[in-house]
Design a protein around this ligand. Sequence first.
Ligand code: RFL
Ligand code: PHB
Length: 391
Amino acid sequence: MRTQVGIVGAGPAGLTLALLLRREAIEAVVLENRTREYVEHRVRAGLLEQNTVDLMHELGVGERLARQGLQHDGIYLRRPGRTLHIPITDLTGRHVTIYAQQEVVRDMSAALLEGGGTIHYEVADVAPHDFDSDRPRITYSVDGNGEELCCDFIAGCDGFHGVCREFVPPGVLTEHEYTYPFGWLGILAQASPATDELIYAWHEHGFALYSMRSPKVSRLYVQVPQDEDLNLWSDDRIWEELQRRLATDDWRVNEGQIIDKGITPMRTFVCEPMQYGNLFLLGDAAHIVPPTGAKGLNLAVNDARLLAAALRRWYQAGSRSGLERFSETALRRVWRAQDFSNYMTQLLHDLGRGPFDRKLQLARLDYLGRSTAAATSLAENYAGLPAQDDF
Ligand code: RFL
Ligand code: PHB
């Protein structure tokens, strides 16, 4: 089989790239090792920057997002006895939108397949080859039979645990990685959110986040120790801890049936450069941010935007310059998001560094309430810097 761009992974990065390429009449084939059912039900991100929402509309996949997405104009930063509202839209002119990642994936894969695009699900043994030449290949197997996809370029959109990064020869990539000594226990609950906007809470017991998926479904997170055993957390214990960290004297979290529960490590990771020869790494395959800044999916979509623009220049004008600069351009936003995501993480979590550190966090929260400059800096990072500023 032959195509122009072989894409590994049907997550947000791979699907956005495939849709953008289709718009330019550049052929692509997506190879995904899971079932369609699995990728369309994986519970993950929820907060989309305006850049991401705008791009989904441009790609014609924003119809359900426009109907079901919850547009937000701000966030709350809470600590016992005090809640600060950061009016994101007033400060930046930009919005953020709550719309679940699995819905993004569902809308994008449906549009791609209905428009004649190709996604092969449930492929195994995916391996990129010869990407230091102009004849890259991807080998994989379907039901135990070996297949080969010849292409001009390979896009590794296969997430943090994917294979593409591993095939880059030793010594080419520099990897920066840090894992925090805690994680997030996240739940989805059948309970109407008791808040109009997200609440990020600082508490002596650790961080908590009140988010949502719809007017009937809440998404909540609590900071837990690293490698925590999920079995230690009964539903009752989860609600008790959420109330402790989030409730105020006259307001409580709405409780309901827990329909999904999981623990996520808090990792920060960047591999540089994000390319080698004709192999490009996008999204979580190249970088992970702690979720406190809500940036991972948005970065994945942005990487796809940048690579699609560079591929367009190559196919339309024969210019490789955009491709050569892909990594450098993408990494500017990646490092900005790393800084912001780590800032938010270190502002709000118990980092285990003792009372002096906790006092500094409170002083920073206090400053955000007293200084429009400080609040605006947080707001513009949270909403996401405009896409055109990447160049
Ligand atoms: P994905 O989504 O991991 O997709 C990779 C795809 O590649 C497939 N794959 C393979 N296919 C073929 N062969 C192989 N060998 C393969 N190995 C893997 C996988 O099955 C999968 O389908 O990566 P992508 O596209 O880069 O997207 C990144 C986002 O998923 C991720 O950054 C976000 O979920 C991060 N994130 C958040 N991002 C936001 O922008 N806003 C948020 O509010 C937000 N909240 C979150 C988050 C991530 C979380 N967790 C669970 C890590 C909240 C949480 C709790
Ligand atoms: C979510 O709704 O899942 C969510 C929102 C904001 C974050 C992280 C996760 O910072």
